[in-house]
Ligand binder design. Structure first.
Ligand SMILES: C[S@@+](CC[C@H](N)C(=O)[O-])C[C@H]1O[C@@H](n2cnc3c(N)ncnc32)[C@H](O)[C@@H]1O
Length: 272
């Protein structure tokens, strides 16, 4: 087992924090060391200092992505925190489709989309809601993450049966195609309605020309310290249309007074 010194841990934490906003507190030291062991062994590194140098010098960006994959979790599933999707279907979609009935333009962002289950759930709800009118709308969802590995799975849109077993049967029939014995592929129509892009939420500049009607950023900010989180929420606020919504994870919270958003229901906020 390769151990980490105080200085090495401090250097690594500082790098991850300043570039990716991820907070590796002292409490996470054992977890980090454990999760990174394989990478060190596979690459024949004798110390975390060697590993650190390799990560910061790697120009392909692959080393840092592997590091992030180890220290964060990409766990997600279809219809996660289902009440959010219910609210989206019952309140958010009727409101925004009415508001945007002339432009027929819905702008939804799944920030930290992992392997795609969240944006695909949204795309299926939108498809059900708009029905035949779908082709006349631009309701594509922007879905971003820093993990290339997760985005690759997301773009392919192929999931094992146990990942889709809990979704409604009519969704299975309508939006999935069996591609191997135990694997199912999201229909082309739904895949085409999600645009997957790599994007680090810590980037100073957000490259979006227009504001969003809805932002989902759920179970992502759990890694960030308060300062990083507040800065990000401020940016989300600036990029939310008036009347637009922010969804965060149920185990997360935002500072209601500072953020500017109005609390609507657990983990749902609105810009008024
Ligand atoms: C637990 S998953 C959440 C997936 C989905 N939103 C959900 O709630 O099920 C967290 C995702 O956040 C991504 N993430 C963490 N830090 C990020 C950052 N700085 N920029 C973009 N994505 C980030 C991770 O790569 C991971 O895929």
């Amino acid at each position: 087992m390769i151990t980490i010194t105080e200085i090495e841990f401090e250097k690594l934490s500082k790098y991850v924090k300043s570039n990716y906003g991820i907070n590796l507190s002292e409490k996470k030291k054992t977890l980090v060391v454990g999760r990174l062991q394989n990478i060190l062994v596979q690459n024949n590194f004798d110390s975390f200092s060697e590993y650190y140098d390799y990560v910061v010098k790697d120009t392909t960006g692959e080393a840092v992505v592997n590091l992030l994959n180890k220290i964060t979790t990409n766990h997600t599933f279809f219809m996660r925190e289902a009440d959010h999707f219910e609210f989206f279907k019952e309140k958010v979609l009727p409101f925004w489709t009415e508001q945007a009935k002339k432009s027929k333009d819905l702008r939804i962002w799944s920030a930290g989309c992992s392997s795609g289950e969240e944006p695909y759930t949204l795309a299926m709800i939108i498809s059900d809601y708009l029905g035949d009118k779908m082709p006349s709308w631009d309701a594509r969802i922007l879905a971003t993450d820093i993990s290339m590995k997760s985005l690759k799975i997301a773009k392919e849109g192929i999931y094992k049966y146990e990942h889709i077993k809990d979704i409604p049967d009519f969704w299975k029939k309508k939006y999935f195609k069996m591609c191997q014995d135990t694997e199912y592929m999201v229909s082309e129509r739904i895949r085409n309605n999600v645009i997957f892009r790599i994007f680090n939420l810590m980037n100073e500049e957000f490259p979006f020309k227009k504001k969003f009607h809805v932002i989902y950023c759920r179970n992502v900010m759990i890694y960030f310290d308060n300062e990083t989180k507040n800065k990000l929420i401020k940016k989300f606020y600036d990029y939310t249309e008036t009347g637009g919504y922010l969804f965060i994870g149920h185990s997360e919270s935002i500072n209601r007074e500072e953020s500017g958003y109005k609390y609507i229901m657990p983990a749902v906020y609105r810009k008024e």
